[in-house]
Design a protein around this ligand. Structure first.
Ligand SMILES: C[S@@+](CC[C@H](N)C(=O)[O-])C[C@H]1O[C@@H](n2cnc3c(N)ncnc32)[C@H](O)[C@@H]1O
Ligand code: SF4
Length: 451
């Protein structure tokens, strides 16, 4: 059988499995684990361990049809300014709850479009965060930037606040593809954004691209990659387009007939990955690339690569505190998601309640499986002896699952004693292979495709 036929027979095109940016995934969160769990988890934090902080800005001036992120359109700044006030109130609630002396190792602003904030709101938000979470000695600040929704004054404001990594959305530069996804973004505008970021002293640049978009072809994605490489990005995220119109209603505007078929989509992903590796970037996990000197590539080498809600990270903080509507916090014992709808989130904060609406309290078994899935997603390998040194003899209870993986996904998965390995040709199957370890497959949830 041809390689692609074997991958297909193993579910590459048909399986619908999570992206495993967490385990268990958000689909199994329940209202039983909400504000009370969040409060207790915050109170119990160890001030000696710096935390990561994530701020969600759920506003965009334009609403791209392909986008599955939690955001809403606004033409005026009124709701945005008022939302910053709500974030300040949430920060105050956190200040009253967390132990004194807690420091922030990482700060990430995501969305939506954080760069919808004009400079005064950028400074106001940054100041409010720092007042509650003083930065640790080693501190990184990253922001998701829409090149259309930013200008030099906003970039300078972010740089003044200590921006270390800019993550810019590109997706695809081809005009027909851009039209089909409802997102116009001229190359020149993006180039100016990159030049402004470099001029402001931002040292690390990530670019987001998406394969599997309507009207995308090999020639078009290669042209996009040529253009992206002129920016000399430190990191590239190459996401497979998740077409989930039952979740993200605006995707109904996407012409499904123009989406590449299974084989074309696979060819796009494969060729794009080859191009980045040929350009000297190191492949990271299932969908990222980084310059060898970037700390993501370094983390891969040293075995410290992690996976969180933003994708791959070199972040070593055990706790991630998410603020804002829909954001998810990860505590040592589990996850809590703030009320997803912006109005519901604001209402909770206005009444002085903790904003956590749903979550999951992890068992010891969940912790073990979460680490095992993370290892597979990050390193394509899993050694029960390594898990044993972290979790004790209970880790060897996963041995039958490893046997199942090796049997089901041969020849791509091999088991050598306690060590499972996914061969490079089998890596497009990683999410499907990892799902063998998933004990929480929720009823009635439709995930996006695995490839
Ligand atoms: C939260 S968005 C923020 C981007 C920023 N607002 C912009 O437009 O440049 C982060 C990234 O998620 C990715 N993304 C959004 N919807 C997606 C989808 N349906 N499938 C795959 N990736 C998607 C895009 O690459 C996007 O740049
Ligand atoms: S891609 Fe960015 S600008 Fe477009 S809708 Fe999504 S978050 Fe908003």
């Amino acid at each position: 059988m041809e390689h692609i036929d074997t991958l297909k027979a193993l579910g590459l095109f048909d399986a619908r499995v999570p992206r495993y940016t967490s385990y268990p995934t958000a689909a199994v969160f329940s209202p039983q684990t909400g504000g009370a769990f969040q409060k207790a988890a915050l109170e119990g934090l160890d001030p000696a361990d710096p935390v990561s902080v994530y701020i969600h800005i759920p506003f965009c001036e334009r609403l791209c049809w392909f986008c599955a992120c939690h955001t809403q359109g606004t033409r005026t700044l009124g709701p945005v300014e008022s939302y910053i006030g709500t974030l300040e109130a949430e920060l105050e609630l956190l200040r009253q709850t967390i132990p004194g002396g807690l420091r922030m190792g990482r700060l990430h602003w995501g969305g939506g479009t954080p760069t919808i904030l004009p400079p005064p709101l950028i400074h106001r938000l940054a100041k409010a965060i720092r007042a509650v979470f003083p930065p640790a000695e080693e501190f990184e600040f990253s922001v998701e930037i829409d090149p259309i929704m930013v200008d030099r004054s906003k970039i300078e404001a972010l740089a003044t606040e200590g921006l270390t990594r800019a993550s810019i959305g590109i997706q695809d530069f081809d005009p027909e593809v851009q039209q089909a996804i409802g997102r116009e973004q001229p190359f020149d505008v993006t180039r100016t954004c990159v030049d402004d970021l470099r001029a402001a002293g931002v040292t690390s640049l990530n670019t987001d691209l998406v394969y599997g978009l309507p009207h995308q072809s090999l020639a078009r994605i290669e042209d996009t990659i040529d253009k992206v490489l002129t920016f000399a990005p430190d990191r590239v995220a190459l996401f497979g387009y998740a077409h989930v119109p039952w979740v993200s209603k605006r995707q109904k505007l996407i012409d499904e007939a123009a989406l590449p078929d299974d084989l074309a989509r696979y060819a796009l992903a494969t060729r794009a990955a080859e191009r980045f590796v040929e350009a000297g970037l190191t492949a990271i996990g299932i969908d990222h690339f980084a310059r060898p000197e970037d700390d993501l590539a370094q983390a891969l080498t040293t075995g410290h690569l992690r996976r969180n809600f933003q994708g791959y990270t070199a972040d070593t903080c055990q706790t991630l505190i998410g603020l804002g509507a829909s954001s998810i916090s990860r505590f040592p014992d589990g996850y809590v998601q703030n009320a997803p709808a912006t109005a519901a989130y604001i209402q909770r904060i206005n009444t002085g309640a903790f904003p956590g609406a749903r979550g999951y309290h992890m068992t010891a078994e969940d912790q073990l499986r979460a680490r095992a899935i993370e290892r597979l997603m990050c390193a394509f390998t899993l050694d029960l002896d390594d898990l044993g040194s972290e979790f004790g003899p209970v880790a060897y209870g996963l041995a039958p699952s490893l046997g199942t993986m090796a049997a089901r996904f041969a020849p791509y998965v091999t088991l050598d004693g306690t060590r499972l390995h996914i061969a490079p040709e089998g890596r497009p199957l990683t999410r499907i292979i990892a799902s063998v370890l998933d004990q929480h497959v929720p009823e009635g949830v439709r995930y996006s495709r695995a490839s």
